[in-house]
Design a protein around this ligand. Structure first.
Ligand SMILES: *Cc1c(COP(=O)(O)O)cnc(C)c1O
Length: 420
């Protein structure tokens, strides 16, 4: 459930009319709802009541400081994948002791920074990486707490670009080599083995791949304990899907996911770390845009809007579906259109042959489920201004990232004297 609902035919974010925000900040913009963020966090944590759980919000889904701070206030930790995200997490008030650090290519300066901050755990993805971490930790006189990311070789049955747990993917160490690698790692200086980690992909809409992967990991933990390692944590990654199509999609509920976690790894007595991203923020955000032109092509009608693929790349990159709706309901007539942006690429398409209520030029249009992997993946392609992000709380709103103008973007470039 989210707090973007119609009242008397007009879409609201909590108690604010979207059209009122649009007239103040201009379009396009991202709009997030505080109450929805809070609700999603609570539903997820409540599902795990009684289990020893650390939620580490996956910053990469939406790393606006206001979003991270909202979760920090609720007690969340952070899953980070770069030094930039460590800085964001700490600045937003997440204690270093609740930060887990994932990613296939942590560099020495990044490791050094993370060690100096005293983060909770490094999720290690290769043998060269663990050697580098041992070296860096030794040089600083610190101990790094680590888990290896296991690649359990399961098919997450999600889009190929966001599937991460198959043998052919670049992530993690193979399950079959894990015992040997843990044994070698136990001999390394300034490294303390504390757990096992995995993350098999994103936008999973079925529990079966999770169940398979978690069961394999639980069996590995029993083997590792038999080998003499102290394994006190299991990090299950993120990946639980959300309904993008509100009429069709029925992804597993957090309570069903939590029950499956209990069944597969509950007996181990480990602290359970989960790294949800999309689940917490996806449906807590919408993209608000405006119709610039209606165009009748040879075969199709096009609705050309002022948002584009540089603002929200998911449809072009992952063939992702997003619900699209008018800000004002009430015109009964429907028509079928392609909804496209102004960028010079055919891939700049939000929806193909979608039946919607008839729009006029200048009408506001909303793209739902845009809170995750939206603003964070935006670019200035076509020298388009970076669009603002708005956070609503009740009847208040704040601009939590300002629009970055074309002038500011151009000013980042320099022309060397030898061209002038
Ligand atoms: C992307 C990512 C997540 C979050 O995935 P969601 O599908 O957004 O929940 C969690 N952990 C790791 C290691 C990731 O790369």
């Amino acid at each position: 459930m989210d707090y973007f609902q119609y009242k008397d035919g007009e879409i609201f974010a909590e108690d604010l009319k979207i059209s009122d925000i649009a007239s103040k900040v201009g379009t396009p913009f991202y709009c997030y709802s505080s109450a929805t963020l809070k609700r999603h966090y609570k539903v997820f944590t409540d599902a795990f009541a009684g289990q020893d759980l650390l939620i580490c919000y996956a910053l990469k889904a939406n790393s606006n400081q206001a979003i991270i701070s909202s979760f920090a206030k609720l007690g969340s930790g952070a899953d980070v994948v770069s030094i930039g995200e460590i800085k964001r997490a700490i600045m937003a008030g997440i204690p270093a002791q609740k930060i887990v650090y994932s990613g296939v290519a942590k560099t020495e300066p990044e490791m050094k920074y993370a060690l100096e901050q005293g983060i909770y755990q490094f999720n290690i993805e290769s043998i060269p990486e663990i050697h580098q971490l041992s070296k860096t930790a030794t040089s600083l006189g610190k101990t790094a707490h680590i888990a290896f990311r296991i690649n359990p070789d399961v098919d997450a049955k999600t889009h190929a670009k966001i599937s991460t747990g198959k043998a052919e993917n670049k992530f993690g160490i193979p399950l079959s080599k894990a015992r040997k690698i843990y044994a070698e790692t136990a001999k390394l200086a300034n490294i303390k083995i504390v757990g096992v980690d995995l993350h098999i992909g994103s936008q999973l809409t079925d529990l079966a791949p999770f169940r398979e992967a978690f069961s394999r990991t639980a069996a590995l933990i029993e083997d590792l304990r038999a080998d003499g390692h102290e394994i006190s944590r299991i990090d299950l990654g993120g990946g639980l899907g959300i309904p993008y199509d509100r009429d069709e999609d029925r992804p597993p509920l957090p309570v069903e996911y939590a029950q499956m976690v209990k069944e597969t790894v509950g007996h181990l007595g480990c602290q359970i770390i989960i790294e949800p991203g999309r689940l917490l923020v996806g449906n807590a955000g919408i993209l608000v845009s405006k119709v610039i032109y209606k165009k009748q092509g040879e075969e199709r009608k096009f609705l050309i809007i002022d948002a584009a693929m540089n603002d929200l790349i998911r449809p072009s990159m992952y063939e992702a579906y997003h619900d699209i709706a008018p800000a004002v309901m009430g015109r009964n007539e429907h028509e079928v259109c392609d909804i496209v942006g102004p960028v010079c690429e055919t891939g700049d398409t939000f929806a193909v042959q979608r039946e919607l209520q008839k729009f006029d030029t200048g009408d506001l249009i909303i793209i739902r489920s845009a809170g995750a992997y939206g603003a964070v993946m935006s670019s200035t392609y076509n020298t388009r201004a970076l669009i603002p992000e708005i956070l609503v709380k009740g009847s208040e709103f704040a601009i939590v990232r300002k629009r970055v103008t074309q002038e500011e973007i151009i000013a980042l470039d320099t022309v060397p004297d030898w061209i002038k």
